[in-house]
Design a protein around this ligand. Structure first.
Ligand SMILES: CC(C)(COP(=O)(O)OP(=O)(O)OC[C@H]1O[C@@H](n2cnc3c(N)ncnc32)[C@H](O)[C@@H]1OP(=O)(O)O)[C@@H](O)C(=O)NCCC(=O)NCCS
Length: 223
C-alpha cells in the first residue's frame, strides 16, 4: 500500500481510553488537505469473481489496526461462497473500482430477527492509496440506496474509538452516535472502545419517534 499521507496520520491512532469523550465527533483531527479526484470511480455490486481483491483489500485495511478484525482471517473461498449466495433482500455487497481494480468494498447485512429486520449493519473499507477521493461516501451512499429500496428504516455501524476518518465519514452521511461499548474490541493487544452509530432512513424522522403503523394520538380530543 502507498505511503501514509498527512491526512491519514490519525486514521489508525488509538488514543488512551476516554469513556464518553470518544463518542464526540469533535475529537476529529485538524483540517484535511483537499484531494483532487484523479480518477473516475465505478460503483457496482460485488460478484464472486471479486473475492480475491476484496480479501486482499480487507486484509490490508485490517492490518492498519482500525477495524478490530484479524488480517489473517479472510479467506478467498469463503468470500466467494458468501458473495455467490448473497440474497439482495437480506444483504448488499458493493465494490468501488478504479481502472478495473477493486479499491473499495462495502457491506450491509440486514437484521436476522423479525424485530431487527428493518435495520442493517454496514461496514466500509477503501484502499489506503485511494482514500480522500470520495469513495467512502460513494460506497455508503450505495448501501443507503439499497437499504431504501429494500424498505429498511435504519442503518447501524460500529467504529473503533479514535478512528477519526470513519467517524467523520459516518457523521457526514448523517449517522449519529448512539452509545459506547467500552473495551469491546481487542486490537494489537489493547482493549479499545467501540462507538455505536445509527442513521434513521425515514424522511423527517427523529430518533425513536417513527411508528411503523398509524397511531391514535394519546390525550387527544374526546370522542
Ligand atoms: C473510513 C474510510 C472508509 C473513508 O474512506 P474515504 O474514501 O477516504 O472517504 P471519503 O473520501 O469519501 O471522505 C468522506 C468524508 O469522510 C471524512 N474523512 C475521510 N477521511 C478522513 C480523514 N483522514 N480525516 C478526517 N476526516 C476524514 C470526511 O468527513 C470526508 O468528507 P470531506 O472530504 O468532505 O471532508 C477509509 O478511511 C477506510 O477505509 N478506513 C479503514 C476502514 C474503516 O475504518 N472503516 C470504517 C469502519 S466500518
Amino acid at each position: 500500500m502507498g505511503a501514509e499521507g498527512p491526512r491519514d496520520a490519525h486514521a489508525g491512532a488509538l488514543p488512551p481510553r476516554t469513556a464518553g469523550a470518544a463518542v464526540a465527533f469533535v475529537a476529529a483531527p485538524g483540517p484535511r488537505p483537499a484531494a483532487p479526484l484523479g480518477f473516475l470511480p465505478l460503483l457496482r455490486a460485488a460478484t464472486p469473481d471479486d473475492a480475491r481483491p476484496i480479501v486482499a483489500l480487507l486484509a490490508a485495511v485490517a492490518s492498519e489496526h482500525t477495524l478490530g478484525v484479524d488480517p489473517a482471517g479472510f479467506r478467498e473461498e469463503e468470500e466467494a461462497a458468501r458473495l455467490a449466495q448473497l440474497d439482495l433482500a437480506r444483504a448488499c455487497a458493493l465494490v468501488a473500482e478504479r481502472g478495473g481494480a477493486v479499491t473499495g468494498f462495502a457491506l450491509a447485512v440486514r437484521g436476522a430477527e423479525p424485530a431487527t429486520a428493518h435495520t442493517a449493519a454496514v461496514s466500509v473499507a477503501v484502499a489506503r492509496e485511494d482514500r480522500g477521493h470520495g469513495l467512502g461516501r460513494l460506497l455508503l451512499g450505495g448501501l443507503e440506496s439499497w437499504a431504501r429500496a429494500a424498505g429498511l428504516r435504519k442503518l447501524c455501524a460500529g467504529v473503533v474509538a479514535g478512528n477519526h476518518a470513519a467517524l467523520r465519514l459516518f457523521h457526514a452521511r448523517g449517522y449519529a452516535p448512539e452509545g459506547l461499548r467500552r473495551q469491546q474490541v481487542a486490537i494489537a493487544g489493547r482493549l479499545c472502545d467501540e462507538v455505536l452509530l445509527g442513521r434513521l432512513l425515514e424522511e423527517g424522522g427523529a430518533a425513536g419517534t417513527a411508528p411503523l403503523g398509524a397511531r391514535r394520538p394519546r390525550g387527544g380530543a374526546p370522542r
